[in-house]
Design a protein around this ligand. Structure first.
Ligand SMILES: CC(C)(COP(=O)(O)OP(=O)(O)OC[C@H]1O[C@@H](n2cnc3c(N)ncnc32)[C@H](O)[C@@H]1OP(=O)(O)O)[C@@H](O)C(=O)NCCC(=O)NCCS
Length: 200
């Protein structure tokens, strides 16, 4: 059974994963939701106005009271800049399975932040929430996302043709990847934690 813990603050070496707040609106807009390089790999189009971002943020913030809601902003410890987001969603109670999704603003790509965030959330999901399986899908023409999935131990299980249609009306084939708790716990020793601390 999944042990829902809401969205606690999680600290890693360089990052703090924390709840988003309404006052983050300008950073969320500037740093990733208005960024076309990010939205090109997501279903929703880039935001054109801060008020679109405010509405989205308002929806997120209003759900933090719910234990089943796991949606983190990714903050750099060194500069306190908010650079992206990561969430666990689509929890299926019958199986204990869920999905993960993430975005990092393109100014901060290729510095290991995506991997560090995904590692922490996968570890949290398996060790603290007792999730059975975590899955994600990436466009086949988005190798960076596939790379970070593989780096945290997710395995490709197949390719689904035309799985999504993006905001530019292009159909995309997606590679579906997943990792099972049992395999994760076998591979990663309990001493090998990337989470320095977590708290409500
Ligand atoms: C996917 C994403 C989160 C990765 O974030 P990131 O902080 O750049 O990730 P990391 O730096 O930890 O790792 C990226 C890896 O991809 C590799 N990479 C980047 N571009 C690549 C390319 N065109 N081809 C192959 N590998 C590539 C990098 O070299 C790096 O691997 P390495 O650490 O072994 O060198 C970020 O690119 C992003 O937000 N993209 C847009 C939104 C998105 O795609 N979300 C996921 C939807 S499934």
């Amino acid at each position: 059974m999944i042990n829902f813990l809401g969205t606690p603050k999680i600290e890693t070496d360089r990052l703090t994963l924390r709840k988003l707040e309404l006052r983050d609106v300008q950073s969320v807009f500037n740093h990733w939701l208005s960024d076309e390089r990010v939205s090109d790999n997501r279903i929703n189009p880039a935001h054109k106005t801060v008020s679109e971002t405010f509405d989205r943020l308002d929806k997120i913030v209003s759900q933090y009271g719910c234990k089943e809601f796991c949606y983190w902003g990714i903050e750099l410890k060194e500069t306190s800049e908010l650079i992206g987001e990561i969430d666990l969603y689509d929890f299926e109670l019958a199986t204990g399975n869920c999905e993960v999704s993430y975005s990092v603003g393109s100014n901060w790509w290729n510095q290991g932040y995506g991997t560090e965030s995904l590692k922490a959330v996968v570890e949290f999901g398996f060790r603290k929430m007792n999730i059975h399986k975590i899955s994600a899908a990436h466009n086949v023409d988005n190798p960076a996302s596939g790379k970070i999935m593989r780096k945290v131990g997710m395995k490709q299980e197949g390719v689904i043709r035309h799985m999504i249609r993006n905001s530019k009306n292009q159909y995309k084939d997606c590679a579906v990847c997943g990792i099972i708790q049992e395999d994760y716990l076998e591979e990663y020793d309990t001493t090998e934690s990337c989470i320095l601390s977590y708290c409500e």
